[in-house]
Write a protein that binds this ligand. Structure first.
Ligand code: ACO
Length: 325
């Protein structure tokens, strides 16, 4: 069966941190952050809020928008790199329980900012195969807990939030293609050095070694090309041109990454949706948050052709081709 997105929802913490506030914590400024990234503010979770809390609220909103009861879900795919607990249990299982989704399997997807497009592609494949008929795909992130707040090269870039979609079997066109890639040679350009099985955390480990470490320029160059390669591959495989596409919803990591990709490939920049100004980089949550904002703003119409593009740690990238509605 074909699969389509039948509902979308989000949850962001109420606390907003502006660039000006951030400039009191590290040596930066609103002018530098906005001109280098397009970010003005981000939402920051309270100390007692974890990925499952935001993910649960986004999931409930998406189910409400689709008119689907939790018992109808047969799989929950949670894309996150900030799980409630390190490595086990899957945060998806915590959401499954709290949601009352008693008939659902649940698993986490760990490909950082590419997580949502990997999840959407996986959901479509499960439904296409007949294995599932109703899947919840969630991206939920609390990067404020894993960034090094003393590192101005990375801490200004991220925010917290969650977005979710319901994917259901349909008779019409929906999610018609997915491309997924990994460039593992770049694995250490965006990672947390300590706390996994490579190097365990000792009492003497400096806190900064357990936090996110990023080679910004390397990731930037990769990301620009990842957007172009994903769009071109999807267009080529589906005999489309960029003129056939109504919206490209790329991961919101930096406005300059999107602008540079448009300039290099000659894409019209107005088909690329941007909302990073208000959220910063919410990793796996950024694409479903963007889809939700687009719906709220009346930008997504039935039959619109949409390409999503994710890229991030791994390094990983990929995208989906969707007919909306
Ligand atoms: N405030 C003020 N100055 C700063 C800041 C800051 N927050 N951060 C860096 N600078 C300084 C640097 O120290 C440097 O100063 P110097 O010239 O005296 O050494 C100067 O600004 C320029 O630094 P660059 O690193 O060259 O700045 P650039 O224009 O490349 O922008 C940025 C840096 C924004 C990090 C960019 O490289 C980028 O967006 N990279 C991609 C990041 C990304 O997308 N990461 C997430 C991927 S998704 C995932 O999986 C999590």
């Amino acid at each position: 069966m074909p699969a389509r997105v039948s509902g979308v929802g989000t949850s962001v913490p109420p606390r907003v941190m502006t660039n000006d506030e951030l400039s009191k914590i590290v040596d930066t400024s609103d002018e530098w952050i906005f001109s280098h990234t397009g970010i003005k503010s981000r939402h920051i979770a309270a100390d007692d809020v974890a990925a499952s809390d935001l993910g649960l609220e986004a999931a409930q909103a998406a189910l409400g928008s689709a008119g689907v009861e939790p018992e109808s879900i047969d799989m929950i795919l949670l894309a996150t790199s900030t799980p409630d607990y390190p490595s086990m249990p899957a945060t998806a299982s915590i959401i499954q329980d709290r949601l009352g989704a008693g008939n659902a399997g649940a698993m986490d997807i760990s490909v950082a900012c590419s997580g949502f497009v990997y999840g959407l592609g996986t959901a479509a494949a499960f439904i296409n195969s007949g294995q599932s008929s109703c899947i919840l795909v969630i991206g939920s992130e609390v990067y404020s807990k894993i960034i090094n707040w003393a590192d101005r090269n990375s801490c200004v870039l991220f925010g917290d939030g969650a977005g979710a979609v319901v994917v259901q079997a349909t008779t019409d066109a929906g999610i018609s293609d997915t491309v997924l890639h990994s460039v593992g040679s770049g694995a250490l350009s965006l990672y947390r050095p300590v706390g996994g099985s490579r190097e365990s955390c000792l009492p003497s480990t400096p806190d900064s070694r357990t936090k996110l470490h990023m080679e910004g320029r390397q990731v930037y160059n990769f990301a620009v090309q990842a957007i172009i390669d994903t769009v071109e591959e999807i267009l080529g495989r589906n005999n489309l041109t960029i003129a056939d596409v109504n919206h490209v919803v790329a991961h919101q990591a930096n406005v300059r990454i999107i602008d540079a990709a448009c300039k290099r490939a000659g894409y019209p920049s107005d088909i690329f949706f941007k909302n990073i100004e208000h959220y910063a980089n919410t990793s796996a949550a950024s694409i479903p948050i963007a889809l939700n904002d687009m719906e709220q703003q009346g930008l997504l119409g039935p039959g619109d052709t949409v390409i999503t593009v994710g890229f991030g740690a791994g390094l990983t990238y990929g995208g989906n081709l969707l007919t909306w509605g």
